[in-house]
Design a binder for this molecule. Structure first.
Ligand code: MN
Ligand code: MN
Length: 266
């Protein structure tokens, strides 16, 4: 349902290629992901032009996976897939940390109720009030802001993030997440400033730096995180492949954090 610059369907392959050229040692977690490996399940076949059927397939596959004791990172594709994933997870008591420049909280967009611009509105309907915590938002309508507050969700814009600092942001996320048994992370790559991640569908200046995201992600991922997604990379708008490379690095770092938690447990 991409509205501006199409091309996210090519992201998984580009991220795969980019991943072959980065080191897999995580400095933050002192874990060499190469020693453990990352398993690639391959692509879910989407039904082009049929968002309902596509979401159905996503949901079914996620449901199959969710009984397994593995850490799944779902790579988009556009942000709409998150809706299918959350449905497939079938978890009660689930809070979602959303990294995104946008709120994606329109009731409908260009006549569509199932689209990247309204995906979080649908997720909110599934999970209930207060279940969303946004980090890095900076582009939304007054209407969306009103609806967010009405639903009791929380958000930190990039402007206030720079004012209060990362430590305080992390404190607030943890305070919010205290009430949830499970956490899901939805990461729209356009949360990063377009100067560092130009390959997106809807670029929005005044974003996070990549290292701010890495630091935040490393704190937000704890034992309660069941899954995450990484969406909206657009290789057609990414001539130097830096956005795909960043996405590959995010997958490696998230995996490293998961592995370090598992090591602590055993
Ligand atoms: Mn976005
Ligand atoms: Mn989004």
């Amino acid at each position: 349902t991409v509205s501006y610059k199409p091309g996210t369907r090519f992201a998984p392959d580009h991220i795969r290629i980019a991943s072959r050229n980065i080191e897999l040692y995580s400095i933050r977690n002192q874990i060499d992901v190469e020693e453990h490996g990352i398993y690639d399940e391959g692509d879910i076949a989407v039904v082009h032009g049929d968002v309902y059927q596509t979401l159905d397939r996503v949901e079914k596959i996620v449901r199959e996976f969710s009984s397994e004791d593995r850490f799944f990172i779902y790579v988009g594709g556009e942000h709409t897939i998150t809706q299918g994933i959350i449905k497939g997870l079938m978890r009660k008591d689930l809070g979602v940390v959303v990294f995104d420049a946008h709120l994606d909280f329109r009731d409908e967009y260009l006549g569509l109720r199932y689209s990247h611009a309204s995906v979080m509105r649908r997720v909110s309907e599934l999970l209930g009030g207060g279940a969303l915590f946004y980090i890095g938002v900076r582009a939304f309508s007054r209407e969306e802001l009103k609806e967010i507050s009405k639903a009791g969700h929380e958000y930190i814009t990039t402007v206030s993030l720079r004012r209060i600092g990362l430590r305080e942001v992390i404190k607030r996320v943890l305070r919010w997440s205290d009430r949830y048994k499970h956490i899901y992370i939805s990461l729209d790559i356009d949360v990063i400033d377009p100067s560092m991640a130009p390959g997106v569908g809807t670029p929005e200046p005044d974003g996070l730096t990549s290292w701010e995201l890495f630091d935040l992600l490393n704190e937000v991922i704890d034992e309660r995180v069941v899954s995450m997604d990484l969406v909206e990379v657009n290789p057609l708008n990414d001539p130097s492949e830096i956005t795909s490379t960043l996405a590959a690095k995010i997958i490696v770092e998230a995996t490293a954090k998961y592995l370090s938690l598992r090591k602590e447990r055993s």
